[in-house]
Write a new protein. Structure first.
Length: 72
């Protein structure tokens, strides 16, 4: 599930991780290049329910969030 806000807020809800850690996880789910090419990068705005993303991108973002939770 994604909510309105930035990509960073959707991945790192508790603001526990550095940019480097987030980018590392984005690389591990094959989203680094895709997100880096979008306006704002990690600070790109995600619309309600991630409507401005493909279904695959939404799934990969949720996987990235789960990976970060495990790294805590």
């Amino acid at each position: 599930m994604l909510f309105s806000g930035t990509l960073r807020q959707n991945i790192d809800i508790a603001k526990e991780f550095t940019n480097e850690q987030i980018w590392e996880v984005m690389e591990s789910v094959s989203l680094h290049e895709k997100i880096e090419s979008k306006e704002g990068g990690l600070d790109m705005v995600i619309t309600e329910d991630g409507r401005n993303l493909s279904a695959g991108e939404k799934q990969l973002i949720c996987i990235a969030r789960a990976i970060l939770k495990v790294k805590r």
